[in-house]
Design a protein around this ligand. Structure first.
Ligand code: I3P
Length: 313
């Protein structure tokens, strides 16, 4: 089964957490924490993460994600993803082992942005047509946000198809209009917010981002620099051109020292394309072209940050 989790899982760093400064913060391996750590998961599938040895993060095994990590470790994108360290078993469950991206931050603020204009794979759409499996849990999540959202048939069934739920989430949020959406934020003071389901228009997104950046120009500048570097690498990456990247997030991390980082995470729904098909990640999606709108979303994100910086200057 596909599992696509947002990596908003991190240790609440205690004073016993040994941090090591390294020249690049993209592949940190810290010493093992000496005390049991308190783990917090802001968004994503509950129970999919464990703390590994040497400060590594263990994520419930997903073959597709493993294949992506293996490909990414050989790609120019390597510096923009957590370093991958293979598979480990705990209580008869396999886990993919990766760097904990938060190791080099001191009480960090964290934001998860789900990238792209589509959050379900084309293969999920085909499956929903061939073997429709309406879901009660998704109906309930839908009604909790908007009781008027389900159709008469869905109300009768008290269930919705996953693809229908995902499309509804996309159009309710900024996924459809901007090609990315904020999934969750954890402020440095520990306050978590995951209620961005209706954060849709540019102004609402800007408002939420400004709060996350604490209107700090140094932080915005750091993020902007990193996002532009990422875009440049994405535009020439072999891996990126050859994959439909869906449900993947950008993890933003900064702390009080002005240290910033952005990484690509969550590759459970990143799928290799059948050759010779490639994507430019900007062409609008029509069923069959597999386009995911990732770079369109990144263009919008960069544009928004540029404008935020101008407004703060
Ligand atoms: C979830 C979100 C996840 C999705 C999950 C949804 O909805 O869209 O991305 O997992 O599907 O329930 P919400 O954010 O509104 O809670 P995938 O991306 O892995 O499909 P799931 O319940 O089938 O895991």
């Amino acid at each position: 089964m596909l599992r696509n989790d947002c990596l908003m899982v991190f240790p609440m760093q205690s004073s016993t957490w040994k941090k090591q400064k390294s020249p690049g913060i993209s592949s940190p391996i810290s010493k093992a924490p000496e005390k049991q750590q308190e783990w917090l998961q802001v968004v994503g599938h509950a129970g999919n993460f464990l703390a590994g040895d040497y400060g590594l993060l263990l994520k419930r095994f997903c073959k597709r994600e493993q294949q992506c990590f293996q490909g990414l470790m050989e790609d120019t994108l390597k510096a923009f993803v957590p370093a991958y360290h293979g598979v480990v078993q705990r209580d008869e469950q396999d886990y993919n082992m990766m760097d904990n991206l938060l190791t080099h931050f001191n009480t960090p603020a964290i934001m998860d942005c789900k990238m792209g204009s589509r959050t379900y794979l084309e293969e999920e759409l085909l499956m929903a047509r061939e073997r429709p499996q309406p879901r009660k849990d998704m109906y309930e999540k839908m009604v909790a946000v908007d009781p008027a959202a389900p159709t008469a048939q869905e109300q009768e069934q008290q269930a919705v198809l996953k693809t229908r739920y995902m499309q509804w989430r996309e159009s309710l949020s900024s996924t459809t209009t901007l090609g990315f959406r904020i999934e969750g934020v954890r402020q440095a003071n520990g306050v978590c917010q995951t209620n961005f389901k209706r954060t849709k228009c540019r102004e609402q997104v800007i408002e939420a981002l400004k709060i996350f950046f604490d209107s700090n120009t140094q932080i915005v500048r750091g993020y902007l620099r990193r996002l532009k570097e990422l875009r440049q690498v994405l535009e020439t990456s072999h891996f990126f051109r050859m994959h439909e990247v869906v449900g993947s997030s950008l993890l933003f991390v900064h702390d009080g020292t002005g240290n910033t980082g952005v990484w690509m995470i969550d590759f459970g729904k990143t799928v290799a394309l059948p050759p010779p098909l490639t994507l430019d990640h900007r062409t609008p999606w029509v069923e069959g072209n597999r386009e995911d709108g990732y770079l369109w979303g990144l263009d919008n994100l960069i544009d928004i940050l540029t404008n935020i910086l101008l407004s703060l200057a």
